[in-house]
Design a protein around this ligand. Structure first.
Ligand SMILES: [Zn+2]
Ligand SMILES: [Zn+2]
Length: 257
């Protein structure tokens, strides 16, 4: 069992790295990865630039702890901002991480996944079209190893008037072309949308396109680490997945589930 999507106090998580380690030790984990938010515009929920060095140092220390019963990886959840690819690449290269989750949290500067009140004034159809376009741009940028919560635009339970199948198919094709991994992110189950990211239909389409998958809880507190993972692994198996992706120094390999 691996959990590659965990936030700490350094971004918008509530707990320290140490508290997360203690919690993970209670489960039968093989690997965990810290993936605090990094964003070029430095919103309050992302790691401050002054904390880049302390973050690297903290992970280095943890990796040196001999008696941990699981591997620890250094990941980040990096915001995709269109037309700023070069700057994003520079930040990623400097941090020397094991893996990068690329996430879309902004549409035309609007931080849609933290602001449920503004959906009421928008065209939900356009939001979905715009979101999926950004998702594909983030995929083909070549900047990321993993696509974060691929259909997070559904978070607050607003859905378009059209069927999403075609957008899922286009996205899955772009994932395959970019040779990128998606995560099955379990946090959506506790949100108004009340399902994993991606949805079962989207996940099935990704499997058909042979898109590899990894697993993340998107925990913002230690107690949420590996939340709903039994359900997630059952879904992956039922969809036909037999292995999940892991990373080291941005090299990908697979473990059986
Ligand atoms: Zn996110
Ligand atoms: Zn996250």
């Amino acid at each position: 069992m691996i959990d590659y999507h965990i936030h700490t106090l350094l971004s918008d998580g509530k707990d320290t790295h140490e508290a997360c380690l203690r919690m993970a030790a209670q489960y039968n984990m093989n690997e965990i990865g810290f993936s605090d938010h990094i964003c070029l515009t430095f919103p309050h929920w992302s790691v401050a630039e002054s904390n880049f060095v302390p973050m690297k140092e903290e992970i280095r220390k943890i990796k040196n702890i001999q008696e941990l019963p699981f591997k620890v990886k250094f990941g980040i959840e990096m915001d995709y901002l269109p037309n700023r690819e070069e700057e994003i690449k520079n930040v990623i290269d400097k941090l020397k991480v094991d893996y990068v989750i690329g996430s879309v949290h902004f549409i035309n500067g609007w931080n849609f996944d933290t602001d449920p009140s503004s959906y009421i004034n928008k065209s939900i159809d356009s939001l979905y079209t715009d979101y999926f376009e950004l998702l594909q741009r983030s995929t083909s940028s070549g900047l990321f190893d993993i696509i974060g919560h691929a259909d997070v635009i559904k978070k607050f339970g607003y859905y378009p008037s059209f069927k999403l199948t075609d957008l899922y198919k286009q996205a899955a094709k772009s994932f395959r072309k970019a040779n990128i991994v998606i995560e099955l992110n379990t946090s959506g189950l506790a949100k108004p949308c009340n399902e994993f990211y991606p949805s079962e239909e989207f996940l099935k389409i990704c499997k058909k396109e042979k898109v590899p998958v990894t697993l993340g809880s998107d925990a913002h507190q230690a107690v949420d680490i590996a939340r709903n993972f039994t359900k997630a692994i059952n879904l992956l198996k039922a969809t036909g997945y037999k292995q999940i992706a892991v990373f080291e120094n941005r090299n990908r390999s697979f473990v059986s589930i």
